[in-house]
Design a protein around this ligand. Structure first.
Ligand code: IPM
Ligand code: MN
Length: 353
């Protein structure tokens, strides 16, 4: 019997459903070719549902989603909903409830895609950021007092446990080993100022590396310097591991160097549980329903998802098809400037599978 995977699909808001449709189109093509089955079940979580029902996420959602092999997400974010409600109530809540403690963000410049980095090409921009995804400033620990007065005080704490740091570092070391590129893992921190949190990261990094991954070269960069080198010498990097907040910031910098919103994909990974794959572009409300948005990020998410599910060959086939399309077909990666519609780009990639 052929293998089959149960996938929860959350098309979400704005252009989410349009890009998810193309992602699924390519996934179907690759599943047929490599002989496995994908069973989809859709969930309507997002801004529209919230405006209609007043409920951001039903209590049962996380438990329901835990039963799937993976989650395929479009976009969350609605122009009529105050910023923060959906992001916290859906995206961050699922990351925490499902303990998706890794945010995996490949930074890869595909051939034919323009980068704002001068004199850099696909041979220079190909690395992966492993961002810790459950701790740090994102835990919501802190508080506010005397709000609205001149004495207002606001505190938001950077929080890490040894366990959180260790499991993230182990994932990053394993990933670097499996990637077999430069065998180099760089810790991105701020040990000169954040002498508690990043001291914990640095000690754990070297202890674990020395004991269990002696063949992996360990490097360390402060976060501010990391930003400089990501622009000036991106070819230095293989895998970067960092905390949640620094990871959020540097991955957007990375995304723009790989061609931006239309391209960048990410995985929220629980190596022992259910993972969720999302294009990082957001819901792009002004392009909704126009069939002009670039679906390559969602299609890339499909590759990331299959790679995580163990269908590595199928994942590579998607990536190769994407690269053929970016190198030979698309004029530009921006909405409305690709020379093809959203559905046509999906067709082009699917045909190449
Ligand atoms: C990301 C996003 C989210 C984050 C927001 C939308 C909560 O920026 O996935 O990088 O900060 O993690
Ligand atoms: Mn972000």
């Amino acid at each position: 019997m052929s293998k089959s995977y149960n996938i929860a699909v959350i098309p979400g808001d704005g252009t989410g459903p349009e890009v998810v449709r193309e992602g699924k189109k390519v996934l179907s093509a690759v599943a047929a070719k490599f002989g496995f089955k994908l069973n989809y079940e859709e969930f309507d979580f997002g801004g529209d549902r919230y405006l209609r029902t007043g409920e951001v996420l039903p209590d049962s959602a996380s438990e329901q989603l835990k039963k799937f092999d993976s989650i395929f997400l479009g976009a969350i974010g609605h122009p009529d909903v105050k910023p923060g409600i959906l992001e916290k109530g859906i995206l961050l809540k699922l990351r925490f409830d499902l303990d998706q403690y890794i945010n995996l963000r490949p930074i890869k410049l595909y051939p034919g895609v323009a980068t704002p980095l001068k004199d850099k090409g696909p041979e220079h921009i190909d690395y992966v950021v492993v961002r810790e995804n459950t701790g740090d400033l994102y835990t919501g620990i802190g508080g506010v007092s005397m709000k609205g007065t001149p004495h207002e005080v606001a505190v938001q704490n950077m929080v890490y446990t040894r366990m959180q740091v260790e499991r993230c570092l182990r994932y990053a070391f394993e990933y670097t080993r499996k990637r077999k590129k430069k065998n180099t893992l760089a810790l991105c921190g701020k040990t000169n100022v954040l002498t508690y949190v990043y001291d914990l990261w640095e000690r754990a990094f070297h202890e674990i590396g020395k004991a269990d991954y002696p063949e992996i070269i360990r490097e360390y960069y402060h976060v501010d310097a990391t930003c400089m080198w990501m622009v000036k010498n991106p070819e230095w990097f293989d895998v970067i591991v960092t905390g949640n907040m620094f990871g959020d910031i540097i991955t957007d910098l990375g995304a723009i160097t790989q061609g931006g919103m239309g391209i960048a994909a990410g995985g929220n990974i629980n190596p022992e549980g259910v993972s969720m794959f999302e294009p990082i572009g957001g819901s792009a409300p002004k392009y909704t329903g126009k069939n002009v948005i670039n679906p390559l990020a969602s299609i890339s998410c499909g590759a990331l998802m299959l790679d995580h599910l163990g269908e590595e060959k199928a994942a590579r086939a998607i990536e190769n098809a994407i690269m053929d399309v970016t190198a030979n077909k698309l004029k530009d990666m921006g909405a409305g400037r690709m020379g093809y519609s959203t559905t046509e780009v999906g067709d082009l990639v699917a045909e190449r599978i």
